[in-house]
Ligand binder design. Structure first.
Ligand SMILES: Cc1cc2nc3c(=O)[nH]c(=O)nc-3n(C[C@H](O)[C@H](O)[C@H](O)COP(=O)(O)OP(=O)(O)OC[C@H]3O[C@@H](n4cnc5c(N)ncnc54)[C@H](O)[C@@H]3O)c2cc1C
Length: 387
């Protein structure tokens, strides 16, 4: 196991940063105002192969390690762009890769790698159960060579920009299972077939432009061969992919933190008030410096988590801690940047308020900070459980 320090994967950083130069703040501000999807940005990343980074070469991807994917996402965010529109493809695909049948992988992965199929929607969260995923209510009942699905999902991002959705549903009633977490199954739902035939997608008007939706399923009929992995073990299959997701989200938060810090440091040096640069005042300088130190520390944890993941070792604690520390470093960097820019931070043309709204998400999704603290307290430190 090795963990590189400094600017690893310089060629990836350079190539991705070059793409991002063509998508300046103006582009993202327009999409934000219109709640529109960054089609052109995603198409460019797809065309250049970056979204297929984690798909093995035998299925048409580049088979890079998770750390390389983290570098791609960090660079996107450090350049002022946002990967939220397409990052899910990287980790949602992991469930199919690890647990899908040979024929599912052969059918879908090459098309996903080529950009002909989009697997970007991940239907797990439900309105009534929230963070307690084991208690989800969406029900899938076997009916010959089909399943009939009824239920509702909330915050299913990118469903309107996806051909396929990974869906977690209950296949054994909650009162018949012996172990918490059992009785759930992962399905790969063909949205192009399902929409209008038992499945409805409604966009949510949200604080950030994340193309997120709620999904209603009423007697939705899906083929039995859409089960991914083992029936009844879906919760564990989804859990398997969560470390990768947390490491990748940590990378995005680190990118945001670096964007905020670079912007704040530069403005603090240029802007003169009372006859000297505002950054010479410790009230401005120290929060920026502190956020930088937090970012560097979170970066080390994120690299450790990725190195463990890529070596096939346990990384649950590190992946969770990396995501929590990086999201907090980004928030503190955002706050110091906001304060440094004074009133200008409120003007949309500086992109600070947009990035600030966007980076707040990382403390809530894909898992909220309290759930990570509970994991560390209960699973790492062995303190009694609260749930
Ligand atoms: C923009 C956006 C995009 C999203 N995209 C997706 C997606 O694509 N797919 C998907 O499935 N989900 C998605 N989510 C959902 C997201 O994962 C959840 O919002 C998140 O996991 C928190 O769940 P909840 O909102 O139900 O909060 P709740 O579970 O209701 O929790 C509310 C608060 O209470 C705290 N809390 C709850 N229980 C405890 C406890 N025992 N101890 C301490 N604190 C506790 C939580 O930490 C949280 O702060 C998205 C959410 C957002 C906002």
């Amino acid at each position: 196991m090795t963990m590189e320090l400094g600017e690893d994967y310089p060629e990836i950083r350079e190539a991705v940063a070059r793409i991002c130069e063509n998508f300046p703040g103006e582009y993202w501000r327009r999409l934000d105002a219109e709640s529109a999807y960054p089609d052109e940005f995603v198409a460019t990343l797809t065309r250049e192969g970056w979204l297929a980074a984690l798909i093995p070469a035998e299925f048409g991807g580049s088979g890079l390690p998770l750390r390389a994917a983290a570098v791609i996402l960090e660079t996107i965010h450090a350049s002022g762009c946002n990967a939220g529109a397409c990052h899910a493809q990287m980790y949602v695909m992991g469930t199919l890769l690890r647990h899908g049948s040979k024929s599912q992988k052969e059918r879908y992965l090459p098309a996903i790698a080529a950009g002909d199929l989009r697997l970007q929607a991940f239907g797990v969260t439900e309105p009534s159960t929230g963070s307690d995923t084991t208690q989800i209510k969406t029900r899938a009942v076997r009916d010959g060579d089909h399943f009939i699905v009824d239920g509702q999902k909330l915050w299913t991002s990118r469903a309107l920009q996806s051909d396929l959705m990974l869906l977690l549903a209950r296949t054994t009633p909650a009162d018949e299972i012996t172990k918490r977490g059992n009785g759930l199954t992962v399905f790969l739902v063909d949205l192009t077939e399902a929409v209008g035939k038992g499945l409805e997608i409604r966009p949510i008007d949200a604080m950030i432009n994340h193309n997120t939706t709620e999904i209603f399923m009423d007697q939705l009929k899906i083929p039995a061969d859409s089960v991914v992995g083992e029936e009844g073990n879906g919760f564990w299959h989804i859990l398997d992919g969560m470390n990768a997701e947390r490491i990748l989200i940590a990378a995005e938060a680190l990118g945001d933190a670096r964007w905020f810090t670079a912007k704040a440091a530069s403005y603090a040096t240029e802007r003169e008030v009372f006859g000297r640069p505002i950054g010479a005042n410790q009230g401005i300088q120290f929060p920026i410096a502190r956020a930088h130190a937090e970012t560097e520390a979170a970066d080390l944890m994120a690299r450790k988590a990725a190195a463990l993941f890529d070596a096939g070792k346990h990384c649950g604690a590190e992946a969770n801690m990396a995501k929590m520390l990086a999201s907090e470093a980004a928030w503190h960097a955002g706050d110091s940047c906001f304060q440094t820019f004074g009133g200008f931070a409120f003007a949309r043309e500086y992109d600070i308020e947009r990035k600030w709204r966007e980076t707040r998400l990382f403390q809530t999704a894909p898992i909220s900070t309290n759930m990570i603290l509970a994991y560390i307290g209960q699973h790492v430190l062995g303190i009694p459980r609260s749930y």
